[in-house]
Design a protein around this ligand. Structure first.
Ligand code: GZL
Length: 323
């Protein structure tokens, strides 16, 4: 009986392997990865997608890619489709933190490991995913506030410093955590107060639109803009200039991501500082996929190292930037 079961199991594995894709260049069974990406909302996201696609291709992994256009329902549909296709591994960058428990349980029931890239999920059972590869967004928010309190032109003086905040996508881990880290550090100096805070959804267009509303409401009393990403900061810069004010001077601007557009704005004197958020997660995702397939243990959290770049450094650093 035992022999019969062993043969049956081997046949089943061979069938599953056969339907999961062709041979890889090395001659083994080609790994099939289902990847659900948030969208294409920012320079950061474009660089993140390029890093993942090129690393996966270089590793000979077959990629099934889905762009959710920043909609959670599209990501859930994509994950269900990957489960139905019986891919070997699922990876995704969750557009928001909550609402994943059911579909992640379906993936677990189908014995398909799930790797999170970039953003976290809130679930009751963290065995529903293997690991999260991404930045510490709370620390990014802290770094932005520390620059403001310790290095910005406003660090000295007695006058109140009025801050407006462009939040990322509502409910997303980077928006929640960057806000948390920023607030935690500015609480040390009561001169610094966030007077308005609203989501610009991580896009240039929405960032400009919300900054226009801030300027209409607050006029020239705004001292600082804290933007959760460079794309919203770049949109806001346009609004500030159209209001006849000088971005980076009349309004100090601190942002996050450190994408190419931010360096160009800093070199033009229109952005004061950007906190790096590294999107080049492709190689680490491939390493995690191989570890999962080979049964090697992985830490629950793989954090990427990051810096802070000021306007004064921009010209020197820009040629070395990879995204
Ligand atoms: C951060 C990432 C954020 C970026 C934005 O890891 O999730 O989403 O900061 C992007 O530019 O849209």
């Amino acid at each position: 009986m035992k022999q019969y079961l062993a043969v049956a199991a081997a046949c089943l594995m061979a069938m599953l392997a056969a339907c999961s894709g062709e041979k890889n260049p090395a001659g083994g069974e080609r790994i099939v990865l289902g990847f659900s990406q948030v969208g294409a909302e920012s320079e950061w996201r474009t660089a993140n997608t390029e890093s993942i696609k090129s690393a996966v291709q270089e590793a000979g992994i077959q990629l099934r890619f889905s762009d959710a256009q920043q909609k959670q329902e599209n990501q859930i549909k994509a994950l269900r489709s990957f489960i139905a296709q019986r891919v070997d591994v699922i990876a995704f960058s969750p557009v928001v933190e909550s609402g994943w428990e059911t579909v992640l349980r379906e993936a677990k029931a189908a014995n398909i490991p799930v790797i999170l890239t970039d953003r976290a999920v809130k679930v009751s059972d963290d065995s529903l995913y293997v690991t999260l590869i991404g930045s510490d967004f709370v620390e990014e928010g802290r770094k932005a506030a520390r620059w403001l309190l310790e290095q910005s032109p406003l660090k000295d003086g007695t006058e109140p410093v009025r801050i407006v905040e462009l939040q990322g996508t509502v409910g997303s881990a980077p928006a929640n955590d960057r806000m948390k880290g920023f607030k935690e550090v500015i609480a040390a100096n009561p001169r610094f107060q966030v007077v308005r805070s609203q989501s610009g959804d991580f896009t240039r267009a929405k960032g400009k639109e919300v900054m226009e509303a801030f300027l209409k409401a607050e006029g020239s009393s705004i001292d600082v803009l804290f933007a959760h990403n460079d794309d919203m900061a770049i949109g806001a810069i346009q609004a500030i200039e159209e209001a006849g004010l000088k971005p980076g001077q009349d309004i100090v601007i601190v942002s996050i991501d450190a994408v190419r557009g931010a360096f160009e704005a800093m070199m033009a004197g229109k952005l004061n500082v950007t906190v790096e958020c590294n999107p080049l997660l492709g190689p680490q995702l491939v390493d995690a996929i191989h570890a999962v397939r080979e049964g090697r243990p992985l830490p629950k959290r793989i954090v990427v190292e990051e810096s802070v770049f000021t306007r004064e450094q921009a010209a020197e650093v820009f040629p070395t930037r990879r995204y």
